[in-house]
Design a protein around this ligand. Structure first.
Ligand SMILES: [Ca+2]
Ligand SMILES: [Ca+2]
Length: 640
């Protein structure tokens, strides 16, 4: 089945879930920071006469799978020419004969498996999932497709419910415990047929394309059988969960942390959180302060920014003193208690208690309108809390850090760009905001910046498909999304290049994808002063949601249920690469406290070289604070 956290919560896919992007540019250097790319919106369609027929109407129970099957086959050839679709039967019979499969080809193979399953061809569907598990380049995919395998097992078990339960449990038992929670997602999320119908209807508001058609297929032909037998699945899951609880727990990874509170002769280090808003009041003791600026509405230090005392609010209209996004008292009161569950769901972890409470809430929203209104409000709460949580992780155990805050409201796309893409004017405004932040970083010599935000072409495409008055074909959607993404890529490359003395620590993203294949911005941008950070769970394995790439994502840190502050001063454990990244930024800040002369390249090299290697089948290193800080001290002594 498709990566569920991607398919299930399109509107919850925020900056914390860097959804993937189009094309494959692994060997291309990031484009030079140039002026605006030629952003040509496709010409609007001529006024149609007579009234055009909605293409979705032709997609009945026969048309839809046929459409998906044909398009998916074509797409595989397009995205991975060395995967010969004509040879699919041979690959299914002998997975070792297939080439390693790219992420985009995996997505489309899941489409083909869904078509088979919808037609009752369980053997073919099963073989396809097994091919993916064996040959997907992304090692997290070695555990993919559990939902589909479980439903196949149920179908084969016949009509006896006990036999079905036993068969399903067998599938879940085969998973490592660390994969269990995410594999059970789909059974936890969808609870009524009305919900499925609402999702399908929502998708049909978008343009017909392979992506939207396969989503509708999923909601109309795969999930109804699962929802119908939901209790059987839940019972089977409960059996395996009990076995886990009673069995020997896998050993926790020991994350190394260092507290510099008692450090003698410590140097102050300036760091910054670049996010969707942070409650500065919680960090009063250690805020960076621009001494040449006062809160008087005027630009006292003559840098073009009024009242930029503790940072910049780069969202176009908020004053620089409003560093926290405020969704309003009412929304915080009503939806604040759901924060942890919101973040769990964004990371695809639906089986937690917190996520279950959100899902309970969503169960009540069985119309498209109700669902969307709810999701927007949940998103707002996520944005209210996100930056503060990240900042809390950045400064933990380091009272010598001085924190500057950058607030970028445009990064929270689900709120700002809901069912539409950014206009050229908005992209230009983003660029101007980002340039102002880069100038601030240089002017005030900020040494470490954490950016737990990112952009993907796929996400932009998904929103553009709602703009059917402007974009009338999938090719037009792709072309416009590519322009948007190229613009943002150039923007971030410009930041990295223009601040060479600063280390940027960026989140790899939560889409369980390869950042290079999907051209995730900014994690896929290669620059000496950037570290892209992936997330590991408590056991030190790749988190089920983490993005990856064996070259570009070398460093991982704890990113599942990481405890930190939210704006009202409470502490809440949240999950995402957004939480892993500030753990590494925290370490870089501490290294500069003991050795202020380290360059961004030295910081990056030491963090990588002193890390703990992650066990196969995964790649990369987990940052080790104790060893990295010891090495930083050693290098300072050598210098003396
Ligand atoms: Ca100023
Ligand atoms: Ca002022």
């Amino acid at each position: 089945m498709r990566p569920v956290h991607y398919a299930i919560f399109p509107a919850l896919l925020l900056i914390t879930t860097l959804t993937p992007i189009l094309g494959c540019g692994s060997t291309q250097p990031p484009p030079a920071p140039t002026p605006e790319p030629a952003a040509t919106a496709p010409a609007p369609a001529p006024a149609p006469t007579p009234e055009p027929i909605d293409p979705w109407v032709a997609m009945d129970e026969h048309g839809l799978p046929l459409y998906v099957q044909n398009r998916a086959g074509e797409r595989i050839t397009e995205v991975q020419p060395d995967f010969d679709v004509e040879q699919l039967d041979a690959y299914l019979a002998d997975p070792d004969s297939a080439p390693e499969i790219s992420g985009r080809a995996v997505e489309r193979l899941f489409d083909l498996a869904a078509v088979d399953l919808a037609a009752g061809q369980v053997d073919e569907a099963e073989a396809t999932v097994k091919l993916i598990r064996a040959r997907a380049r992304n090692r997290n995919s070695a555990y993919a497709g559990t939902t589909m395998l479980a439903d196949i097992a149920r179908r084969r078990a016949g009509d006896d419910v006990e036999a079905q339960k036993t068969a399903i449990a067998e599938i879940f038992r085969a998973l490592p415990q660390s994969r269990f929670g995410s594999a059970t997602v789909v059974f936890q999320v969808f609870q009524t047929q009305e919900q499925l119908a609402a999702r399908a209807a929502q998708t049909k508001q978008q343009m017909l394309s392979l992506e939207t058609a396969s989503t509708v297929l999923f909601f109309t032909s795969i999930l109804p059988a699962i929802v119908e037998n939901r209790q059987t699945f839940l019972d089977a899951i409960a059996v395996v969960r009990t076995e886990h609880e009673n069995g020997r727990a896998p050993r926790d990874f020991r994350f190394s942390t260092v507290d510099l509170t008692r450090e003698r002769g410590a140097n102050e280090v300036r760091i910054a959180v670049w996010d969707v808003g942070t409650n500065a009041a919680l960090f009063e003791e250690q805020l960076f302060t621009n001494e040449n600026e006062e809160a008087n509405g005027e630009d006292d230090d003559d840098n073009g920014q009024a009242d930029d005392i503790h940072g910049l609010a780069a969202d176009g209209d908020a004053p620089n003193t409003a560093l926290l996004f405020d969704p309003g008292e009412e929304i915080i009161t009503e939806y604040g208690p759901f924060l942890r569950g919101i973040m769990d769901l964004r990371a695809g972890m639906a089986s937690t208690e917190a996520a279950q409470r959100v899902l309970e809430l969503m169960r009540g929203a069985d119309s498209v309108e109700a669902l969307e209104a709810l999701e927007v409000n949940l998103d707002r709460v996520g944005e209210w809390a996100h930056g503060t949580h990240v900042a809390g992780i950045m400064v933990a155990g380091n009272p010598h850090a001085r924190l500057a805050i950058f607030r970028s409201a445009w990064a929270g796309e689900a709120r700002v760009y809901h069912h539409r893409g950014p206009t050229d004017e908005e992209l230009a405004a983003e660029r101007a905001n980002v340039e102002a932040i880069a100038a601030y970083i240089n002017r005030h010599e900020i040494k470490v910046v954490n950016a737990s935000l990112g952009f993907s072409t796929d996400y932009v495409e998904d929103q553009l498909r709602y703009e059917q008055d402007t974009y009338t074909t999938p090719a037009q959607v792709s072309a416009r999304a590519a322009v948007v993404q190229a613009h943002r890529r150039a923007t971030w490359a410009l930041v990295f290049e223009s601040c060479p003395e600063t280390l940027f620590v960026v989140a790899a993203g939560n889409s369980n994808r390869d950042v290079v294949e999907y051209e995730t911005v900014s994690a896929s941008i290669e620059a000496d002063n950037v570290i892209a950070v992936g997330a590991v769970d408590r056991w030190g394995n790749w988190a089920t949601f983490t993005n990856s790439n064996s070259d570009r994502v070398e460093i991982f840190d704890h990113g599942v249920e990481v405890d930190s502050l939210i704006p009202n001063g409470e502490r809440v454990p949240l999950s995402g690469t957004s939480m892993a990244s500030p753990n590494v930024a925290n370490l870089a800040g501490k290294m500069l406290v003991v050795n202020p002369n380290l360059t961004p390249v030295q910081l990056r090299t030491v963090i990588r070289d002193t890390g703990d290697e992650i066990e196969a089948p995964f790649t990369g290193h987990i940052a080790n604070e104790r060893r990295a800080i010891a090495r930083a001290r050693q290098m300072a002594r050598r210098r003396r």
